[in-house]
Design a protein around this ligand. Structure first.
Ligand code: THU
Length: 130
């Protein structure tokens, strides 16, 4: 059920550190065995040192041992249907498959669902480095 993933993303968003942009973002992802990892954007007075909500969620996921990601939810309180930035699309693709669902949310729940293949077509894949 994707609504609980939205709720996890929204709860994470409330913990953001975004005093500079004042643009809170939350992200949550679920692995096929049902674990959920969430995160918020964490900014820094040295602006380029901040990072996105998706990146925080991925950090929790990697530290917990990873696994196959089945779905991801992203929410921003000031924007309906926020889509991950280019860098986060690449980071999410590192651990997702082309069919992994990405739920774009507003403040009430999922508004639109796309796949990773749709959000990052022709992305760079690590296969060529092997
Ligand atoms: N942000 C995210 O957390 N995820 C995105 O996909 C887009 C942007 C954050 C970064 C920054 O803290 C704020 O939104 C404004 O760019």
């Amino acid at each position: 059920m994707s609504h609980d993933l939205f709720e996890a993303a929204r709860a994470a968003m409330a913990k953001c550190h975004a005093p500079y942009s004042k643009f809170p973002v939350g992200a949550a992802l679920r692995t096929e065995d049902g674990r959920v990892f969430a995160g918020a954007n964490i900014e820094n007075a040295s602006y380029p040192e901040g990072w996105c909500a998706e990146t925080t969620a991925l950090s929790h996921y990697v530290m917990a041992g990873g696994g196959r990601i089945t779905e991801i939810a992203v929410v921003a309180e000031k924007m309906a249907k926020i889509t991950p930035c280019g860098g986060c699309r690449q980071r999410l693709a590192e651990f997702s498959g082309p069919d992994t669902k990405l739920h774009l949310c507003d403040d009430t729940g999922v508004v639109k669902t796309v796949t990773m293949a749709e959000i990052l077509p022709l992305g760079f894949r690590g296969d060529v480095l092997k």
